[in-house]
Design a binder for this molecule. Structure first.
Ligand SMILES: Nc1ncnc2c1ncn2[C@@H]1O[C@H](COP(=O)(O)OP(=O)(O)OP(=O)(O)O)[C@@H](O)[C@H]1O
Ligand SMILES: [Mg+2]
Length: 97
């Protein structure tokens, strides 16, 4: 992996929010896989994948909208923050099934 310039606290928050979402949806014994990838010579990416139910297609377009949540007691700010912080790093967030 190439070294990249980033705000470590912010990227930690990105990873934490994705991991917490995975852990909240998974049943006992579920699995989370984190992969890092290098893209070209100077860009990096990471992926957080869980083997839970997935994001229902009809809500996929809303998950990055602030305050959108399907969880009792959720604030719906996790993925909005993820997207903001990644964009501040000139990055892109993808959600895939
Ligand atoms: N790994 C996942 N699997 C399935 N659905 C997900 C996953 N991650 C997010 N979602 C869906 O996206 C919605 C928005 O996620 P987001 O992290 O923004 O808010 P939240 O987790 O509901 O609340 P908060 O992060 O504020 O506790 C979730 O309520 C859930 O419906
Ligand atoms: Mg969340």
């Amino acid at each position: 992996m190439p070294d990249v310039l980033c705000d470590p606290d912010q990227i930690y928050q990105v990873a934490l929010n994705l991991l917490v979402n995975a852990l909240q949806i998974l049943p006992r014994g579920g699995e989370v896989i984190v992969r890092t990838l290098s893209v070209g010579t100077s860009d990096v990416a990471f992926e957080v994948a869980d083997n839970g139910p997935g994001i229902p297609p009809d809500i996929r377009e809303h998950i990055f909208t602030p305050f959108f949540t399907m969880k009792e007691g959720g604030t719906g700010l996790g993925l909005a923050l993820v997207q903001r912080l990644v964009q501040a790093h000139k990055g892109t967030v993808f959600s895939q099934q």
